[in-house]
Design a protein around this ligand. Structure first.
Ligand code: GSH
Length: 261
């Protein structure tokens, strides 16, 4: 299997940790480099990581990739056995992907992108307020059990990259108010697949200036735009479009089904 990966993408990090957790053999390529753009586009017209190529089969979208892997490689499952816990784990994965990712990624642009402006007034405060709701909800869950949905699951792997980046984004949880979340984070960090992930992410950030990645234009898509507009930053966003600092995904058409399938 070949994983079009990036240590900078929470979605790719989630998939890679699940693959390592399952003990799968795969080749990972750092696919957000400009030099890999055409190769990635040939398998995923949205030009997004992660993308998994397994022989003739191309799987895009991190949650679909994990569903595919769970079906093909059921050992060390990341979907809990109990139906209620499974629904819960998938729901937290979706929150990580569609709510927490937009908040943290949208405030990250003033940390790593080459920007002409300062962060708009009120954006960091809006991020902190919304993340506060997330942290409170996670605290309530983790006060009840070891991992978010019971056994270690896709929910934990989906949340980990975000929670790990929150401090650097100045939007961390509080060790006093969220002691169970702090205990979970410490436990997650000690798992070999998570500590390997953190090393890759740190190396990536340290080497960012020399990396062949786009840092002037921001790649925008649905959930990240939604959060920006819903929190009232439409003027800033439309100015970004006017100033041509945006990139858009390509058309998300599935790869054709092979004849033999
Ligand atoms: N829904 C997708 C989202 C993946 C996504 O947003 N990937 C971003 C990186 S975090 C990407 O590839 N952006 C293209 C770019 O930055 O050039 C998934 O779950 O896999």
């Amino acid at each position: 299997m070949k994983l079009f990966d990036s240590a900078f993408s929470p979605f790719a990090r989630k998939v890679r940790m699940v693959m390592e957790h399952k003990g799968l053999a795969f080749e990972a390529v750092d696919a957000l480099r400009k030099s890999l753009h055409a190769e990635l586009e040939a398998v995923n017209r949205r030009v997004e990581v992660p993308t998994l190529v397994d022989g003739e089969i191309v799987v895009v979208n991190s949650a679909d990739i994990i569903g595919y892997l769970e079906h093909r490689h059921p050992q060390r499952p990341v979907y809990p056995e109990s139906p209620a816990a499974r629904v819960h784990a998938r729901a937290w994965e979706r929150s990580a992907d569609t709510l927490i990712d937009p908040i943290l990624i949208n405030i990250s642009y003033w940390k790593w992108a080459e920007r002409p402006d300062a962060m708009p007034a009120g954006l960091l405060e809006a991020a902190r307020a919304d993340l506060g709701l997330v942290y409170d909800a996670l605290e309530a869950e983790l006060a009840q059990r070891e991992y978010v949905s019971g056994p270690l699951s896709v929910a934990d792997f989906a949340l980990f990259p975000h929670i790990a980046s929150a401090r650097a984004m100045e939007a961390d949880f509080s060790r006093e108010r969220h002691p169970s979340l702090a205990r979970w984070f410490k436990q997650m960090r000690s798992l070999p697949v998570c500590s390997a992930d953190l090393h890759r992410a740190r190396d990536y950030v340290v080497n960012l200036p020399g990396n062949d990645v786009e840092r002037q234009k921001i790649f925008w898509r649905g959930d990240r735009i939604e959060w920006m507009l819903a929190r009232g930053f439409h003027d800033w966003f439309f100015n970004e479009i006017r100033e041509r600092r945006v990139l858009w995904p390509g058309p998300a058409l599935p790869a054709p089904l092979q004849r033999a399938a």
